[in-house]
Design a protein around this ligand. Structure first.
Ligand code: TEU
Length: 595
């Protein structure tokens, strides 16, 4: 692809907005939903002043729709109603009203690659082969091997389920249906125009009710290839294979997304972000987010959160990765979007990943705060729409020393451990390896209750009620109340640092949101340093991604004028702007510079 001449993107509200992801079960419980120990919608409303204070413009809530909660709401049984665990439609209306008063917005999670098996759409579809909704899901006849044994239509493996195959046999109608994640999450058939129209109606319903847009769950899985060809064998010996290369960014995906835009999105002023795992090809990415394309505003690209996976493998694998991956990944996508008029989403944490401070830095007592601030400095000074995941602004970390195996709540963690221990029943070594992997990467780590205070249940739910998931044991020191009131000598709490970082980004949005990007150092292993600039002004960010002191030679093209902020002190760092700068462990610096 030839780079475009244009360097500065068109301004738009959704580019400048700070989006805060709420994971509703763990955000805040007022006890108003019907499930004790679960967060609720009134809980979100009760914290709007906190979020406003932080600098948030848009709240994206993970799904709050009616759901049997097999996959924490990513299995929707009624797209038009709220799960009673979370409250009511009226609670959502109230939330939207309260957001409006504060000049804030609500973004919904649209999960339409699949529904719940309890959704009436699927109930009808599975009722008979000639039901009008039969074709709303993906049904295929069985195959048979030479011995006459029944086999699924192809070799795709299931992503989160206990089963191995992505196809589930249905006794009643004697066919298989496709369910990529768990058997309780059957995939919708986007080839069917009536199904697509039904999705458009769902979107209109929520936009008319006051939502400002959607995060679209695995939206790049919606177009499966005709004939359902086998996936290449990447895991020899295993009966089923990861099918990503077959169904991600499939043949009609862009057409279906364009249709969402023509029929619905273009009629409103919306923000959209498509979740798109397993796409790395810049051409495919620009096809969706290029401004000219009119498909989605931005997508979630997975390179940063896949950093510790075995290449091409599934999430629960471990790889030692070089620190330089961070600067390589960020540089690739900063340049890509600038050169092709696309748009980035800036995120490193969500409900599907461990905590960022534990993963990219050092979460020990000595370094946790510095690490969290370093990651804040990076995210608030790179281009793209910024996403903060609940608790990230507090530097919440993974649970240590470990989550007891019986405390895991996520279907992925539970099934993964079950699979390994069933496959190797007499091998404690394998079981320990599986535990170790969960300890580092389970989705549970980011799903623990938000730590609001040092009080009972970390202030997440009323005293005497047991939270649905264990509270991290560091809540007496790591909590919002303590961090908001923190008064240190020339020190900021992680929360105060985030507030300042987000404010600084807004105050200088010409540079940080829209400005050009230049990598300053491709040689020093530990350091990620870059310049952001407009025609008239510039900033330089220097990040030491290591726990050791580094002597860093300031490159001449940095042209730093003055260091204005850093994560070691609340006041401006006193360091030379030329020659060699000593960077402490996990130290980050921000300076003004000549463009
Ligand atoms: O995630 C899809 C996805 O590809 C991952 O981030 C997922 O966590 C990973 O593949 C598991 O190894 C989305 C949602 O964010 C996730 O919570 C849901 O479980 C999933 O879709 C199914 O709806």
């Amino acid at each position: 692809m030839a780079p475009m001449a244009k360097h500065f993107a068109e301004p738009a509200w959704w580019k400048e907005s700070v989006i805060y992801q709420v994971y509703p079960s763990s955000f805040k419980s007022t006890g108003s939903g019907n499930a004790p120990g679960w967060g609720d919608i009134k809980g979100i409303t009760s914290q709007l002043d906190y979020l406003k204070h932080l600098g948030v413009d848009i709240i994206w809530s993970s799904p709050i729709f009616k759901s049997p909660q097999v996959d924490m709401g990513y299995d929707i049984s009624d797209y038009y109603d709220i799960d009673p665990k979370y409250g009511t439609l009226e609670d959502v209306d109230e939330l939207i009203r309260e957001l409006k008063k504060r000049d804030m917005k609500l973004m919904m999670d649209l999960v339409v690659n699949h529904s719940s098996d309890q959704n009436p759409w699927f109930q009808e579809s599975r009722s008979s082969k000639d039901n009008p909704k039969r074709d709303w899901y993906i049904w295929q006849p069985a195959k048979y091997d030479e011995q006459g044994n029944r086999k699924p239509p192809n070799n795709w493996s299931m992503i989160l389920g206990e089963a191995n195959s992505a196809w589930t046999w249905d006794e009643k109608t004697q066919e298989y249906y496709l369910a990529l994640f768990t058997p309780e999450q059957p995939d919708l058939n986007w080839r069917n125009p009536d199904l697509r129209a039904a999705v458009h109606d769902v979107m209109k319903f929520w936009l008319d009710r006051g939502a400002c847009g959607f995060r679209m769950d695995v939206i790049n899985h919606i177009s499966k290839p005709d004939g359902y060809p086998d996936a290449p064998i990447t895991n020899p010996g295993a009966p089923y294979q990861p099918g990503y290369s077959m169904y991600c960014n499939g043949p009609h995906m862009n057409e279906y997304i364009r249709e969402l835009n023509d029929k619905v999105l273009s009629k409103y002023d919306t923000v959209t972000v498509g979740e798109m795992p397993f796409v790395k090809d810049p051409k495919e990415i620009i096809k969706v987010v290029g401004a000219e394309r009119k498909e989605l505003r931005m997508i979630f690209i997975f390179d940063m959160v896949d950093i510790d996976n075995l290449p091409g493998s599934f999430r629960l694998t471990l790889r030692d990765w070089p620190t330089t991956d961070i600067r390589d990944i960020e540089t690739k996508y900063q340049r890509l979007m600038i050169e092709h008029d696309g748009w980035n989403s800036m995120f490193i944490e969500n409900h599907d990943n461990p905590r960022s401070v534990s993963r990219y830095t050092d979460d020990s007592d000595q370094y946790r705060e510095l690490g969290a601030k370093l990651l804040c400095l990076m995210q608030t000074t790179l281009s793209g729409t910024i996403y903060v995941y609940q608790g990230e602004e507090l530097g919440m970390k993974n649970i240590v020393p470990e989550i007891p195996i019986e405390e895991y709540k996520d279907v992925e963690s539970i099934n993964y451990y079950k699979k390994i221990t069933t496959m190797y029943p007499n091998d404690p070594e394998k079981a320990n390896q599986a535990k170790d992997c969960l300890q580092r990467k389970a989705r549970d780590h980011s799903r623990t209750p938000v730590q609001w205070s040092a009080g009972p249940n970390a202030g997440f739910c009323p005293e005497g009620i047991e939270p649905w998931m264990i509270v991290n044991n560091d809540y007496q020191t790591v909590n919002a109340e303590a961090q908001r009131n923190f008064q240190g000598q020339d020190q900021l709490s992680v929360l105060q640092f985030w507030k300042r970082g987000l404010q600084n980004r807004k105050d200088n949005k010409d540079v940080f949101v829209y400005g050009d990007y230049e990598l300053l150092d491709n040689a020093t292993y530990e350091v990620f340093a870059y310049k952001r600039k407009t025609v008239t002004r510039a900033f330089v960010t220097v990040l030491n991604f290591s726990g050791k002191e580094v002597q860093w030679k300031v490159p001449s093209q940095a042209a730093v004028e003055k260091w204005v902020a850093g994560n070691y002190t609340a006041s401006a760092p006193e360091k030379p702007v030329e020659g060699t700068v000593t960077l402490g462990a996990w130290e980050g610096l921000l300076g003004t510079a000549k463009p």
